[in-house]
Design a protein around this ligand. Structure first.
Ligand code: AMP
Ligand code: ZN
Length: 488
């Protein structure tokens, strides 16, 4: 295995990746809160970790990738008061909270699949791990780092700070962290401004609540990740990731909970993805500037000039390093569409070029250069630039204006296939080849047969066609003036 460098948020340096128990790697990524649709910003974080997961697998590691689903607790803001997000949404949509959870989990999975992300090894839910969370809270209480007030349990940051460095992940002193919190008032149950809820007492009308030693309630948001990462990856594991917005509170509190419970540093490498922005402002559910991935794929968003293929969107994300901000724009998407097409055209041309006599030594270095880019903290933009460097030569060879030796052709085919498909996770769906033209004409024929069947009221046949295509990953949608198809 070649030497891989990972930027560790905790040490603020690039470190040589040395897993605790090689070749096994434990990786935990904070997943979505499934009370509404994921937006493109969320997708950026999950696509970034998909790249990281793919490259670790590609490098020969055996990765246990845990990405949770937050389906309980999680209040708005830092007040630890009021209804949880699921109860609120269930009231709004007049559904059971678990119907909300199911609906948005399925939607999330669909989007992840369309963006060609690999499923995690384990996808645990907060509601499925209430016992583990209760056990952890009890241990924290026994260790003296939490206190009970009126059926709720709070983490005592003051006490924790007397033993450990609470602000280590953001390199901030406790006083600086104070600045971002509000003053406590007489009615507050918390003793300290930085204290946070481990368990929250439920009101009678709270829809999701569980019994605990302190009465009926529900878990605070942070405890689920500490409890589930410990259960599936152990008290100390290799990589923990999430978006940068989680660093100051959610991950800082996760570290505090795990240390209060188990003493040791829970995570060796903390990794944080930077934000997807729109006109420089972070895309977020609360800011109301969220694009739904489906709006991009269908081109229905008011700010979009056209629809973009999911692979264009994935490529657009990977063209920027995961630690840099990525600003969303029509122009950038169009450039990505063109760029990706250029790469696929080169791949396509490679299969048609006849070997010549001339050998290019620079191509012998291609694999090493691609690895070097990815080994430098998963630098996908440098990898993509390296792949672009050879497209002009490939095109020239395809037009008979240059030569490539058999060895050159073998290397190029091998490297492009490995890095485009396995590492970057791009599928050649966007390619306008003879294959997609042939598929289109076959689909036109099938849709015509289905329309005729419906006109003649042969609904069994029309359903049969739709269901079988669906089983093969092709979705049919019926409209007033005909049917369309796309790949699910
Ligand atoms: P949430 O469902 O809000 O808990 O977010 C799920 C994941 O998406 C978390 O890892 C967040 O840090 C991440 N995230 C949220 N907004 C953005 C954004 N604008 N850009 C990139 N990642 C984001
Ligand atoms: Zn988390």
């Amino acid at each position: 295995m070649s030497q891989l460098y990972i930027y560790n948020t905790l040490s603020r340096t690039k470190e040589v990746f040395a897993p605790i128990n090689p070749p096994f790697v434990g990786m935990y990524v904070c997943g979505p809160t499934v009370y509404n649709d994921v937006h493109l910003g969320n997708c950026r974080t999950f696509v970034s970790f998909d790249l990281i997961y793919r490259y670790l697998l590609f490098s020969g590691y055996k990765v246990r990738y845990v990405r949770n689903i937050t389906d309980a607790g999680h209040l708005e803001g830092d007040r630890d008061e009021g209804d949880d997000k699921f109860t609120k949404r269930a009231r709004l949509e007049q559904l059971e909270p678990m119907e909300i959870v199911q609906k948005y989990t399925l939607g999330f999975h669909d989007v992840m699949k369309v963006l060609n992300t690999l499923p995690p090894s384990i996808e645990p839910t907060a509601t499925g791990h209430i016992c583990e969370q209760l056990e952890m809270i009890k241990t924290i209480l026994e260790a003296g780092y939490a206190y009970i007030v009126n059926g709720s349990v709070y983490f005592d940051v003051e006490r924790f700070s007397s033993v450990f460095d609470y602000g280590a992940l953001t390199n901030r002193k406790r006083e600086e962290l104070f600045e971002n919190t509000r003053e406590l008032h007489g009615q507050d149950e918390k003793r300290g401004r930085l204290d946070f809820a481990l368990w929250i007492k439920a009101k009678p009308e709270t829809l999701m609540q569980w019994p605990s030693p302190w009465g009926w309630g529900f878990p605070g948001w942070h405890i689920e990740c500490s409890a589930m990462s410990k259960k599936y990856l152990g008290e100390t594991f290799d990589i923990h990731g999430g978006g940068m917005d989680l660093q100051a509170t959610h991950h800082t509190n996760e570290i505090a909970q795990s240390k209060a419970c188990c003493k040791d540093e829970p995570v060796k490498y903390w990794m944080h993805t930077n934000m997807l922005t729109v006109n420089g402002t972070r895309m977020s559910k609360s800011a109301g500037n969220g694009f739904l991935p489906q709006e991009l794929f269908s081109g229905t968003h008011a700010l979009l000039e056209k629809a973009y293929h999911p692979m264009t969107v994935r490529f657009f994300m990977l063209q920027t390093h995961y630690r840099s901000t990525l600003d969303f724009s029509n122009d950038a998407l169009q450039a990505s569409e063109k760029g990706l097409q250029r790469l696929w055209n080169a791949v396509n041309a490679l299969s048609k070029i006849k070997p010549g006599k001339q050998h290019h030594n620079s191509i012998d270095q291609l694999d090493t250069m691609c690895k070097a880019a990815m080994n430098d903290d998963f630098n996908s933009p440098v990898l993509i630039a390296t792949l672009f460097e050879h497209t002009a030569l490939i095109n020239a060879a395809a037009e008979g204006k240059a030569e490539l030796s058999q060895d050159n052709l073998n290397t190029l085919k091998h490297v492009y296939n490995q890095y485009m498909v396995e590492v970057l996770g791009l599928t050649p769906q966007a390619l306008k080849t003879e294959y997609s033209r042939a598929l289109q004409s076959a689909m036109n024929l099938l849709l015509q047969i289905r329309t005729d069947a419906k006109t003649q009221r042969h609904f069994e046949l029309s359903d049969h066609i739709r269901k079988n295509l669906e089983a093969g990953g092709i979705r049919i949608q019926d409209h007033k003036d005909g049917s369309t198809w796309d790949v699910m």
